[in-house]
Design a protein around this ligand. Structure first.
Ligand code: E4P
Length: 216
């Protein structure tokens, strides 16, 4: 499974990128707001740091606006995946950009039927929001399983990009289902390797090693 980070914070991206474990980045209007930066500037900077797809979302909700804004975002770099909402106009914009050979990430997906439509519109990525479904008492990961089943049945190439991740458990369960990508907040990315037994074990090893008086 590929790991994207869900942030527009350059410091977070740079730090995670150093691990060599980062396959891409996703942003959205809320994350751009949080960054306090101009979208074109920050997306361009992210593209200089990371090799993989960088999702940049249009602000417009009408087709012409999405085409105009998507074209501007697409000019930043080849690796920019144009992110559009899962609406009729969003799906038309998806088809428009996909026909030009551009990656499109269709976002705000909350149902299997929506995911099916996005795949038919030529999306490179579908972004189902698992955390927000869990928040309203539904099973976000059951949706990932449904989409996996449907895409497999019809050989859709659209990648399942699990979004709105809240915990390491979301990542592990998404991996077990066979999701293609998880886009993970910085905090959860750090939690992925945390375990109290690792900390306790290391502390003991450090102590015992010092007691041997040896050096390597
Ligand atoms: C996905 O692309 C979105 O940017 C993101 O995962 C939404 O997550 P949230 O529900 O934590 O805002």
């Amino acid at each position: 499974m590929k790991f994207f980070v869900d942030t527009a914070d350059i410091k977070e991206i740079a730090e995670l990128n150093e691990t060599g474990l980062l396959d891409g980045v996703t942003t959205n209007p809320s994350l751009i707001l949080k960054s306090g930066r101009d979208i074109k500037e920050v997306i361009a900077e992210i593209c200089t740091l990371v090799d993989g797809p960088v999702s940049a979302e249009v602000g417009a909700t009408d087709l012409e606006g999405m085409k105009r804004e998507g074209s501007i975002l697409a000019e930043i770099a080849e690796q920019v995946a144009i992110k559009v909402p899962l609406t009729w106009d969003g799906l038309k914009a998806c088809r428009y950009f996909a026909e030009q050979g551009r990656m499109v990430n269709v976002t705000l997906c909350f149902s299997a039927s929506q995911a099916l439509m996005a795949a038919k519109a030529g999306a490179a990525f579908i972004s189902p929001f698992v955390g927000r479904l869990d928040d309203i008492g539904q099973d976000g990961l059951a949706l990932i399983q449904d989409i996996r089943t449907i895409y497999q049945e019809y050989f859709f190439e659209t990648e399942i990009l699990v979004a709105s991740i809240r915990s390491p458990l979301h990542v592990v369960r998404a991996a077990k289902i066979g999701a293609d990508v998880s886009t993970i907040p910085y905090k959860v990315m750090r939690q992925l390797i945390e375990h109290p037994l690792t900390d306790r074990g290391l502390e003991q090893f450090v102590k015992d090693w010092a007691a041997t008086g040896q050096k390597i």
